[in-house]
Design a protein around this ligand. Structure first.
Ligand SMILES: Cc1cc2nc3c(=O)[nH]c(=O)nc-3n(C[C@H](O)[C@H](O)[C@H](O)COP(=O)(O)OP(=O)(O)OC[C@H]3O[C@@H](n4cnc5c(N)ncnc54)[C@H](O)[C@@H]3O)c2cc1C
Length: 488
């Protein structure tokens, strides 16, 4: 092996790991250990028969918004140029949220102007709310990173926005991210601006895309050149340093230890949590105390998703033609319904297949009759506030002892940012693994890359400067007692 040829282990085959592997496999010996029997982690397509027809339904990452996923779009274009068949289907994001107003009256909120024309939907658009919305967008764009770490609630208090705007414009959009409107009030601004700025286009639907043949069509094309490096059903049990400053990896079902020069944790550290508690339990890891302490602050939300075919489960008063319906009134916990008929353009007249997605383990879900696919239990990285805080400080342990972190723990959760985080880690392991797309400063994809690079590996020169996040005390309230109970 030539001197600069490295042996690199990537833990997990989520999009972050795969992006890093793609950058590194040509020059280095890369091995991807995946605990499950499929590649892609939260990018997972399930084959499901609906009304007698085979459909490929994405049950993890489902939608991408081209304007906010410029790096994923660049990768898709590059793969298509090489002959890969990845078809995208455009649709419009119709979000409908059901809830009760301050007087306990049932109300509906819609994100599109069209929905707001309906009698059952609270109409909120007037001169003042329009102005609040455009101020909100403008401020979001101009904020420094430090300002973005304040909670939306804090920001709203200083801005004196109208209660109407807060209650009926922001709330429904908030519920798309945190599934609880109160949760979003406490969410740092950066989470929103980094995650779904597209959803903040208040008065009209944003266009979003799904993969015609499932996200698997993209994952398969991405991994084609290094598929042989992926070891499925290979759960990593322990990672520990060796005396000669290398890193050892031990698999769950194998007492043999393999030694690597570098290890990359892909995926959410909360997702990896169960394994991590063991991975980091090894007494030989004692000199990694900082890593251990940090990683243990990551938590994830248990969520459950299942797909059934029972329209009666769509809450009364909710329009059946919305693509995503959020219901805060469901007993137990809020629920997201994905209306697959709308999302996948299924023939009209067919019974609507509905995907239920709850981020709360004790949510009361519909009876498991008519299930079109067995329930899928995810560890979701979206909600947890302490993980957000840990994420902002992750740069303190990046690269320590030859171990790097990409994926949802390192980035803002979401397909674009996790992908980017893999590119960034690859470049820090090997500086010749450069950013693969146009480095024109005007290229939004490159701007996104630079922004996330600055968060993941802040240059020493910025320490103490406004853009540095390491010295900022961020408090992430645990939530109300009731919420904590819901979260188990
Ligand atoms: C239900 C759902 C819907 C979503 N919808 C969207 C969406 O519409 N748009 C969007 O942008 N994002 C969406 N997301 C978020 C997006 O899917 C994730 O942010 C992103 O895919 C996470 O990628 P990652 O690189 O962090 O890796 P992950 O996808 O978290 O993959 C980590 C991998 O590591 C493996 N692993 C864990 N422990 C071990 C171990 N010890 N040894 C070996 N392997 C291990 C896991 O099996 C997994 O395959 C959704 C997520 C979920 C759960």
């Amino acid at each position: 092996m030539s001197e600069d040829r490295l042996k690199i282990a990537l833990i997990g085959s989520g999009i972050g790991s795969l992006a890093a592997a793609k950058q590194l496999y040509k020059k280095h010996d890369v091995t991807i250990f995946e605990a499950e029997s499929h590649i892609g982690g939260h990018a997972y397509t399930a084959p499901i028969e609906i009304n007698g027809k085979a459909q490929k339904i994405d049950v993890g990452v489902q939608v991408i918004v081209p304007s906010y996923y410029p790096n994923i779009m660049s990768e898709i274009a590059a793969l298509q140029e090489e002959g890969a068949k990845i078809d995208l289907h455009a649709s419009s994001m119709v979000i409908y949220a059901a809830g009760t107003d301050s007087e306990g009256k049932e109300v509906g909120w819609g994100n599109t102007a069209e929905y707001q024309k309906r009698p059952e939907v609270r109409s909120v658009w007037n001169e003042e709310t329009q102005k609040n919305a455009s101020d909100f967008m403008l401020r979001a764009e101009l904020m420094s990173q430090k300002e973005q770490l304040q909670s939306i609630e804090e920001w709203l208090d200083t801005q004196k926005v109208s209660p109407e705007f807060r209650e009926f414009c922001l709330k429904p959009l908030m519920s798309t991210v945190t599934l609880t409107s109160s949760g979003l009030d406490r969410t740092p601004f950066i989470f929103i601006t980094g995650l779904f700025p597209g959803m903040l286009s208040f008065s009209n639907a944003t266009t979003w895309f799904r993969f015609n043949d499932g996200v698997v069509s993209f994952i398969d094309a991405l991994v084609a050149p290094f598929k042989d490096s992926i070891r499925l059903n290979s759960r990593v049990e322990e990672v520990f340093p060796t005396a000669d400053k290398k890193v050892s990896v031990r698999l769950a079902d194998n007492d043999n230890v393999e030694v690597f020069d570098k290890v990359v944790y892909g995926g959410s550290l909360g997702v990896l949590n169960e394994a991590n508690s063991q991975i980091l339990n090894n007494p030989q890891n004692d000199n990694w105390a900082t890593q251990k302490a940090h990683i243990q602050t990551f938590k994830n939300q248990d969520s459950i998703m299942y797909i059934h075919q029972d329209e009666s489960t769509i809450p009364k008063n909710c329009p059946v033609d919305a693509s995503e319906i959020f219901d805060e009134r469901v007993k137990g916990a809020p629920i997201q319904h994905d209306n697959l008929s709308v999302i996948y353009d299924l023939p009209t007249g067919a019974k609507n297949p509905v995907a239920w997605n709850s981020l709360y383990p004790d949510a009361i879900l519909p009876p498991p009759d008519n299930l079109l696919h067995p329930a899928i239990h995810w560890k979701h990285e979206f909600l947890d506030m302490s993980s957000l805080g840990a994420r902002m400080q992750l740069h303190e342990i990046q690269g320590l002892g030859g171990v790097y972190y990409c994926g949802a723990s390192a980035a803002v959760p979401g397909f674009e940012q996790c992908f980017l985080s893999g590119l960034i880690v690859a470049e820090h392991i090997d500086s010749s693994a450069r950013y693969p797309f146009s480095t024109d400063p005007q290229n939004p994809a490159y701007q996104g890359y630079q922004f996330l690079s600055g968060l993941m590996f802040p240059p020493p020169a910025t320490q103490g400067a406004d853009s540095d996040t390491s010295n900022i005390e961020v408090s992430f309230p645990e939530g109300s007692e009731e919420e904590q109970q819901n979260r188990g």
